[in-house]
Design a protein around this ligand. Structure first.
Ligand code: GLU
Length: 342
């Protein structure tokens, strides 16, 4: 190694240390201050979800150049639930294109529950892909030669985002299937209006399986960082989704991703996000970082209480709101990105 290379490597390491260490400290501080009070309730409408330990709390941040920062139980496994929804929408878009997908699923927020049995009266479409109706319609659009092939495509898509093979939690899947009558009602209503083609039970099975994919807070952060990085997984370099569709996912997350809190979240935090009933939140800061959080206690709207608190605090401290006025010279990504060796 030449003297010049040694110098630039030293500079790189010291710059990384100087930016990354304070960020790690800040993240821990924000994590600690978000722990209490641990209010809310663990979801129990799917019996298997009620088994979660209410004390679990993990937070991960992954930068678009692949640096990772973890605090707490960031490796605790849980089922992805509704956080899966934007990704299935993306899979449908890649295979069928915007025109066809939007003829089956709208992109309009509604102020109704995630599992509401309502379609747009004018078009018969589900309102958006972030509620169950729209997500079941998206699952219906997952292509494949047969059912195992459709499941394989769904799992390999999540594998590209997570940078590893993903598995299904069979107990949660069985619990979802045994109790999912409301989702069946929604699917039948959509079949009545020609919004899904079926076979219906197969599409529902696929939907229940996608909700039961096992992830960790770290996985959610990697998935989010992949979306922040124009669809390229920053850890593996793999293209998880065609770059032209990343904005489709981020737009629906931004307007509809946080249940009936979506508008308030967009106003307060200003970054696209998606939450799920098991307590996960995935939050994308385009061009900068992905955040994944997990804490099972939910507020009345179905969002993780500590997850909201910690994301809010990170967004505030680092000025992450996408509509924040002013220049971006002090962006967090610039802070954390070491200079390239010359
Ligand atoms: N599996 C859940 C259901 O369809 C997903 C709910 C959620 O996370 O919002 O009921």
């Amino acid at each position: 190694m030449s003297h010049e290379q040694t110098t630039s490597l030293d500079a790189l390491l010291s710059r990384m240390k100087s930016a990354a260490a304070p960020f790690r400290d800040t993240l821990r501080e924000v994590y600690e201050s978000s722990r209490h009070p641990n209010d809310g309730h663990v979801a129990d409408y799917i019996p298997e979800l009620a088994r979660a330990d209410p004390e679990w709390f993990g937070v991960s941040v992954v930068t678009v150049d692949g640096q990772t920062f973890d605090v707490g139980e960031s490796d605790q496994a849980f089922t992805i639930q509704s956080v899966s929804k934007p990704f299935l929408f993306g899979l449908a878009l890649e295979h069928h294109g915007r025109e066809h997908v939007l003829s089956k699923i709208g992109v309009q927020p509604i102020g109704e529950a995630f599992n509401s049995i309502t379609l747009d009266e004018a078009t018969n479409r589900p309102f958006n892909p972030m509620i169950n109706a729209g997500a079941i319609a998206a699952a219906d659009l997952v292509p494949g030669d047969d059912f195992p092939d459709r499941v394989r495509r769904m799992r390999s898509m999540f594998g590209r985002y997570c940078g590893k093979e993903v598995y299904i939690d069979n107990s949660v899947f069985a619990s979802e299937r045994a109790t999912g009558h409301r989702n069946r009602a929604i699917a039948h209503l959509m079949m009545n209006f020609g919004m899904v083609d079926g076979p219906l039970e197969e599409t529902l099975e696929l939907y229940f399986q996608q909700c039961s994919v096992i992830v960790t807070a770290r996985d959610l952060a990697v998935m989010a960082a992949t979306l922040a990085n124009r669809g390229i997984n920053p850890l593996t370099g793999e293209q998880a989704i065609a770059p032209e569709f990343v904005k489709d996912l981020l737009s629906v997350m931004h307007t509809c991703g946080m249940y009936d809190y979506a508008g308030e979240w967009a106003y307060r935090l200003g970054v696209p996000a998606k939450s799920g009933v098991s307590g996960g939140i995935l939050c994308v800061v385009p061009g900068q970082i992905g955040i994944g959080t997990f804490s099972p206690k939910l507020d009345a709207k179905g969002n993780s209480v500590r997850g909201i608190r910690v994301c809010q605090e990170i967004a505030n401290r680092f000025g992450l709101h996408i509509f924040e006025a002013g220049d971006r010279t002090s962006s967090l990504a610039d802070e954390l990105t070491p200079p390239r060796p010359v």
